[in-house]
Design a protein around this ligand. Structure first.
Ligand code: UDP
Length: 239
């Protein structure tokens, strides 16, 4: 696929988004090597991290498409770039949890590593200045994050479906899918589709045997070995 970047429309913490000459209905997404945590307070660069996330996210999105999940991915065009369908991002971070860790344990006092009795879906408002506050259904509607409750229920059910598919996929690869964050967008026809990325930046993966952390917690907690961990996730996906 031959594509040409037109104009940079957005630069976030981990990605740049460009319009493209060949197709007005698509964007080019460039995965950066930057790492951030704690709402941007902790920062670093890790050469090759963007390319790893591009590869991992591409594999996961393609796998989800084969199971009937509609995503924005069109094609991966280079080590750290992909072409995606243009969509309007719904300003919700949809967090899905199977095992308690991170902010959940701090917020509710649930012991780290507790397997939850059922899948927990949480919505956070995607506004850095507010620190991505957690929202209930009424908040989502009051903020017009979605147009109606049916849309919110669709997002929740799709997130659970994605969790089931990914949970089984990673179990076969010897990884526990602890939790993850996904984002959805609306395409030009009004369809809600999976957008953004799914990578060790946005998921927590623990080795099934040792519980070793193979995700961005290595950076958040200063454990080192981030790239080796991401490479391990990619190798398991490809195995
Ligand atoms: N997450 C994310 N972006 C965010 C916040 C969370 O990708 O801005 C992911 C995070 O990697 C984890 C899940 O969502 O897989 C739940 O994160 P948590 O709420 O525990 O956040 P944290 O401990 O990072 O504050």
């Amino acid at each position: 696929m031959k594509v040409t970047k037109k104009e940079m429309l957005y630069e976030g913490k981990a990605k740049k988004v460009w319009s493209m000459v060949e197709d007005d209905d698509c964007y080019i997404v460039e995965f950066k090597d930057s790492l951030t945590a704690f709402n941007g307070l902790k920062k670093a660069e890790e050469l090759g991290k963007g390319a790893l996330n591009n590869k991992i996210s591409t594999q996961i999105f393609k796998m989800l498409e084969t199971k009937g999940i509609k995503t924005h991915l069109v094609d991966t065009i280079s080590d750290n770039e992909q072409v995606v369908k243009k969509c309007k991002i719904i300003p919700l971070e949809v967090v899905v949890r199977n095992i308690a860790t991170g902010s959940l344990t701090k917020r509710l006092g649930i012991k780290d590593g507790t397997v939850l009795p059922f899948t927990l879906v949480e919505f956070c408002y995607k506004v850095d200045e507010l620190n991505d506050p957690i929202l209930n259904d009424d908040h989502c509607l009051i903020l017009n994050a979605v147009e109606n409750i049916e849309e919110l229920n669709y997002i929740r059910e799709t997130a659970k479906k994605i969790n089931n598919i990914m949970h089984n996929f990673f179990k076969e690869k010897g990884l526990k899918l602890v939790d993850f964050k996904i984002e959805f967008g609306k395409d030009k026809d009004g369809n809600i589709i999976l957008a953004d990325e799914i990578s060790p930046d946005s998921c927590r993966f623990w080795d099934a045997k040792t519980n070793e952390k193979l995700d961005k917690d290595r950076f958040r907690q200063g454990l080192g070995g981030l790239k080796v961990a991401y490479e391990e996730v990619l190798n398991r996906i490809l195995s």
